[in-house]
Design a protein around this ligand. Structure first.
Ligand code: ATP
Length: 294
């Protein structure tokens, strides 16, 4: 296993995760995860289906508590934080989650205004101005009055991004921001994410499956393992280090190679086979499904 390389600037980490373990029942979903995220990073969490990416993200935003381990955000331990303090801290996060989709009954502008009402004392006129600025930042000027059902999927993502940025957060969490988007819209959302770090100076943590996005926007990357490496950091480093990583499961994942090796060093279970529920003779097997923990 590899440690993420130290911050070249030597600054204090924005996020510090140490020996994080999470069980769901008897299933160990996160297994001793440790990493640091530094100011200005676009930190990518990637890995095969079920490796624990979303679970890790939910722990980072404090909606779930680990079985053991520590998570410090802006130097504050959040695993034991009082809910009121957690709510206050969340005012410094932007969150772009699939589950946190736009509220259908509100207009796009009203959706973007939500965090401003929740976390600030700004009056209605100022909120209106901030909302207009945010919509402009994501290229949605003139669409604020529309309901989410009246705009395209890509526009919805951008509206959700505007809402995540409403409070000018120094830290943004983003779960599969480009899922379901075409390549052009993916590039647009990636560019908006890059602007966040480059122009606004935010730190971004992104869960994504999209390898184009990973290498386009990532400054540091961790890959969580599956199979024998379930919930462990299988690889960590800069984009160049990940591209050159010797672990076959990493190469398989980044190259989308269905014949590659699994995250299991024993070579008994191919990742593809685990996902398909195939045994090594190519036949479907119940035990493959149950033993491989894809
Ligand atoms: N609330 C929960 N209760 C029980 N098991 C859970 C819960 N949340 C996640 N899991 C299990 O933890 C494992 C990791 O799930 P998680 O959603 O974090 O994976 P993921 O890497 O985000 O997957 P995907 O890429 O498919 O979204 C899975 O086996 C899942 O079934």
């Amino acid at each position: 296993m590899h440690a993420v390389p130290p911050d070249p600037s030597g600054g204090e980490p924005i996020i510090e995760v140490d020996s994080l373990v999470r069980y769901f029942g008897r299933q160990k979903v996160l297994d001793g995860v440790s990493f640091k995220v530094y100011a200005g990073d676009t930190f990518i969490i990637m890995g095969g289906s079920g490796c624990g990416k979303s679970t890790l993200l939910r722990h980072l935003i404090g909606t779930e508590k680990p079985t053991s381990g520590s998570i410090k955000i802006f130097g504050q331990e959040i695993t034991s934080m009082h809910p009121d303090a957690m709510h206050k801290l969340r005012g410094r996060y932007g969150m772009l989650f699939q589950s946190g989709a736009l509220l259908q009954s509100l207009t796009v502008a009203e959706n973007v205004a939500l965090p401003l009402h929740e976390h600030t004392q700004l009056d209605a006129g100022l909120i209106d101005t901030v909302v207009k600025m945010k919509l402009e930042q994501v290229g949605l000027t003139g669409h604020g009055h529309k309901k989410p059902s009246e705009i395209s999927g890509g526009m919805k993502k951008r509206a959700a991004l505007a809402r995540a940025l409403a409070l000018d957060p120094p830290l943004v969490f983003s779960d599969e921001p480009t899922a379901g988007l075409d390549p052009v819209m993916t590039a647009v959302v990636d560019e908006l994410t890059q602007r966040l770090t480059q122009k606004i100076g935010a730190t971004v943590v992104v869960v994504t499956h999209d390898m184009n996005s990973v290498f386009r926007i990532g400054t540091r990357i961790i890959m969580l393992g599956t199979g024998a490496h379930q919930g462990k950091i299988l690889a960590a480093g800069t984009p160049a280090e990940i591209r050159a990583h010797p672990h076959p499961a990493v190469q398989q994942f980044i190259n989308g190679d269905p014949q590659g090796h699994s995250g299991d060093d024993s070579g008994e279970v191919l990742y593809r086979d685990a996902l398909l529920g195939l045994n090594d003779t190519g036949m479907y097997s119940r035990s493959a499904i149950h033993s491989s923990k894809p």
